[in-house]
Design a protein around this ligand. Structure first.
Ligand SMILES: Nc1ncnc2c1ncn2[C@@H]1O[C@H](COP(=O)(O)OP(=O)(O)OP(=O)(O)O)[C@@H](O)[C@H]1O
Ligand SMILES: [Mg+2]
Length: 429
């Protein structure tokens, strides 16, 4: 780095101590837009200028170009270091003209490339795994082994990611000594330094948690989008940058009340949702009211019946919902059309690839108050639980009224902004 002057003002303060950190394993995790990728791209450029050979990887090759590659090119421009590098877009390599040190890029799905990748001069010294939660422990172990060969530099593997659930292998592997905010400093062992909620390091590992608040380059709009994110899991992970806790129960904030004796506040909008069924599975319908200000959903009435043919269902719905809109499971467009012909304002729910988990996460941002007469709904809420494994999925089966509730309020689940939607792919895949 002696050959290159860095203006530290270009680097968020929280990351500066990590410019020359030599821990073998370095984890940069936290909320969305906290500056992790920008910092690591900048560091990769500076590392190459100091003679290190850096391999940048993501799980999927096709995502590399739009993310890490562009990020590193931007860093090059920010540092005004373009003239010091030879850039090959076709090979996806950046080579320091003077020394031959390189920044290389590969997707883990390009097995041949990963196996054969070697820098022009010397050994690979650094691997940066971007969005590391996409990778398996086995991927990580294989990459770790690629840092062989003599080199005057200390070898490093850097992982950057947004946290997911605490049962992820990264948490199990590296976060044994990590302390959340409010917990006592867990240090004490030689070489261990802990700042609860912020950082951890021992002889082998260093961890830094950052959030959008640490990124002074963020626009006010981006900041606001993150602050407004209110669904439980997304807020935890992308705004606060914390690991999500996967209790077995999907919904923990709900309860029953006598809503006939003590009705919800006046003036709340009413919503209807319907999940189709016939034989074994019932047709399930929900009437609810949404209190955004106080973050409550009131489930005031439901019905759940098997064996209803369409005209019978239409009759039930006309009595239940009148001329109000009923948002239905979109898997059965013919039923929806028939209901409409029979005088029910049935509309299909817009289902996206991750609408189930996103819908659940949105509901988790509210307390669900269920009329004590809706026993089926109360039973479903208490039984609804997560399956083992990743990505998160609820156990299917006993979820007809919960699905109907998701559909009912689907129009209220505002689409996430681009940065958050990108993340949902990781979660929802
Ligand atoms: N050093 C910097 N100089 C200029 N802009 C920066 C810098 N660091 C961050 N930014 C701005 O902040 C935005 C978010 O930063 P970045 O993409 O690095 O966050 P991130 O922590 O990787 O977020 P995510 O978790 O969503 O991937 C960048 O797109 C860029 O506009
Ligand atoms: Mg990033």
């Amino acid at each position: 780095m002696a050959i290159f002057n860095v203006d530290l003002a270009d680097i968020n303060e929280v990351y500066r101590p990590y410019l020359s950190d030599t821990h073998r394993y370095q984890l940069f995790f936290g909320g969305s837009s906290s500056g992790k990728s920008c910092f690591l791209a900048t560091r990769a450029v500076l590392d190459a200028l100091s003679g290190r050979n850096v391999l940048v990887v993501r799980k999927v090759q096709r995502t590399l170009h739009a993310s890490c590659w562009n990020e590193v090119l931007k860093a090059l421009r920010r540092l005004k270091a373009q003239r010091l590098f030879r850039v090959s877009r076709s090979e996806m390599t950046l080579t320091v003209e003077r020394t031959g040190a390189q920044i290389l890029f590969a997707g883990l799905d390009d097995v041949e490339k990963i196996k054969s990748i070697t820098p022009m001069n010397g050994a690979l010294t650094d691997i940066w795994i971007e969005e590391a939660t996409e990778c398996s422990r086995d991927d990580f172990k294989q990459l770790d082994k690629r840092l062989r060969g003599p080199s005057p530099f200390k070898k490093r593997v850097t992982l950057s990611f947004n946290p997911t659930w605490r049962d992820h292998w990264i948490f199990r592997e590296f976060f044994g000594g990590w302390a959340e905010e409010g917990r006592a400093d867990a240090g004490g062992e030689p070489g261990v330094r802990v700042t609860p909620g912020r950082s951890y390091c021992d002889r082998r590992v260093t961890i830094l948690r950052t959030t959008y608040r640490d990124n002074r380059f963020l626009t006010e709009d981006d900041r606001q989008a993150l602050e407004e994110e209110n669904s439980g899991y997304y807020h935890t992970v992308y705004t606060l940058g914390r690991w999500g806790t996967r209790g077995d129960a999907v919904f923990t904030d709900w309860g029953s009340a006598d809503l006939k004796a003590e009705p919800p506040p006046e003036g709340l909008r009413v919503f209807y949702g319907l999940d189709f069924g016939f034989g074994h599975d019932p047709c399930a319908c929900v009437r609810c009211r949404l209190d955004k200000r106080n973050r409550r959903i009131y489930v005031t009435d439901t019905f759940c019946e098997t064996g209803l043919v369409v005209w019978q269902l239409a009759e039930r719905l006309r009595a239940f919902a009148g001329r109000a809109k009923v948002t239905c499971d979109s898997a059965d467009p013919r039923c929806i059309a028939e209901l409409r012909a029979l005088g029910v304002l049935a509309v299909p729910a817009k289902k996206g690839p991750d609408s189930l988990v996103h819908g659940i996460q949105w509901l988790q941002g509210y307390r669900i108050v269920v009329d004590k007469g809706c026993e089926e709904m109360l039973r479903e809420l208490s039984a609804y639980s997560w399956k083992e494994g990743s990505p998160p999925q609820p156990r299917p089966g006993d979820d007809h009224l919960i699905d109907a509730l998701r559909y009912a309020l689907e129009s209220e689940q505002r689409p996430r902004r681009a940065t958050l939607r990108k993340k949902s792919e990781v979660i929802g895949r």
